[in-house]
Each structure stands twice: as C-alpha cells, then as structure tokens.
Design a protein around this ligand. Structure first.
Ligand code: PEP
Length: 250
C-alpha cells in the first residue's frame, strides 16, 4: 500500500515571515492526514524557521534542490548533510526549471540524487517531456530515458527511499493539466520501467507523484488513478486554502 505524498514546491516565493504564516494556516486546518503524507519545500532561507515550527507536526520539510558534494568551494551550493542538519527529510532533484533554466543534465541530476540518498534524504526525482516531444510522440521515450539516467547506480533498497514525480513540462504553471488518463498511462509506463530496472515487487512500492497545474478542482480525479500516488504542487501550494483542499483530496 503506497501512502500518497502531497508536496508543495514554493519555488522562489515567500519570505521567512510569509512562509511561517502559510505553515501556521496549514497546521490550523490540516485535519486528518493518517493515510497521506504532507510535505512543504520552501526556499532555503525559510528552512530553519519552518523546521522549528514543523517539529512534532504531520507536515514534513523538504528542499527544492541539493548539491552532490558534502562540502567545499562550491559557492551558492547547499550540501545534502546541511539539509539533513536543518531538518529536511526530502529534496527535489531534476525539477524542469533546474533542467531548463539552469541547464542541469541527467548526469548531474543523478549525482545529486545519489548524494541525497547517501545523506539519508529522500529524493523526489522529477521527469517530464516538453510539448514538442509530446506532439512528436516522444513523451514516453523521453520520460523513460530520464528515469533510467536519474536512477543509474541506485540500488533497490535506495529506490525504496526515492519518489518519482511525473511533471509534463507543458503543464507546469500553465493551467494546462494532463488528462487523468494520459497521466495514468505515463505513470504506468514509469512503474513498468522500474519493474524492468529492479523487480515488480519493488516497483509496486514506489510512489509516483503527478505534477503540473494540480488544483483543488482536478486533484480528486487525478488521485483516483491507480498509479498516481500523490501530487507535486507549485502555484496552488502557495495559498493555504487551495493547498489544504489538495491535501484533503478524496
Ligand atoms: C511544479 O513546480 O512542480 C509545478 C507542478 O507547478 P504548478 O503546480 O504551478 O504547475
């Protein structure tokens, strides 16, 4: 039984004060979360303050990215151990904005993912095709390639601590969501790839989140698909009422 993971990626939004305000509002109205996991991924600057606030609560803390070295002369980078130290349980790697704006390769993302695992963080590996690739019928090949490259050198036991997020790039921040059927089809393909790389029993335990304009009015249908095990939410995670409704999907 896979426990769905609802994660909010705040991107480069929210000061410390605004982040505290949002988390306080979430905690106030969170309701029963025994059958789901909830995660917020604020900017690095808010991690310390939110870590204190989230102690002994059902909301977990994650980072939006992580570097692969433990320490050193890497100006601007944050080490996996530093994220653990500040109270993070998760780190997103390979978000499409990192791939596109910062030019991150599959190889770099794989190094980040393995470093996160080695430090005891749970990586969320984002994969997804861009619109021209979907239009050209290449979506599956692109996503399968990203999954395989992202997981290179990862053992089955490490995979159990890894989450995959399928985020079609054309659906991110656009209001244009994949249909539940299209999302389900890609999730099933990803699970099939995991079964091929590892084995079916392992693949069946891995959570595959959907991301791309998840909103209160589409979350229930997306989450009703058999291979969709949670949501990675950008815009709609920035307001308490919309994120709470997504957390409380039925
Ligand atoms: C994201 O940033 O991962 C994302 C899915 O954003 P949005 O929900 O705004 O499309």
């Amino acid at each position: 039984m896979r426990k769905p993971l609802i994660a909010g990626n705040w991107k480069m939004y929210k000061t410390v004060g605004e982040g505290v305000e949002l988390v306080e509002a979430l905690l106030r109205d969170l309701g029963d979360t025994h059958d789901r996991e909830v995660l917020v991924c604020p900017p690095y600057t808010a991690l310390h303050a939110l870590s204190s606030l989230l102690q002994e609560t059902p909301i977990m803390l994650g980072a939006q990215d992580v570097f692969y070295e433990a320490q050193g002369a890497f100006t601007g980078a944050i080490a996996p151990g530093m994220l653990k130290d500040v109270g993070c349980q998760y780190a997103i790697v390979g978000h499409s904005e990192r791939r596109q704006i910062f030019g991150e390769s599959d190889e770099l993302i794989n190094r980040k993912l393995r470093a996160a695992l080695a430090a005891g963080l749970r990586p969320i590996l984002c994969v997804g095709e861009i619109k021209p690739q979907r239009d050209a019928g290449q979506a599956e090949a692109v996503v399968v390639g990203q999954v395989k490259a992202g997981l290179a050198g990862v053992s089955a036991s490490e995979l159990l601590n890894t989450v995959i997020a399928y985020e079609p790039v054309w659906a991110i921040g656009t209001g244009d969501t994949a249909t539940p059927a299209d999302a389900q089809a890609m999730h099933a393909t990803i699970r099939g790839t995991l079964a091929e790389l590892y084995d079916q029993a392992t693949a069946d335990q891995i959570r595959i989140q959907y991301g791309g304009s998840v909103k209160p009015d589409n979350v229930d249908e997306l989450m009703s698909q058999p291979d969709i095990d949670g949501a990675l939410v950008g815009g709609a995670s920035l307001k308490a009422d919309s994120f709470l409704r997504i957390i409380q999907f039925r």
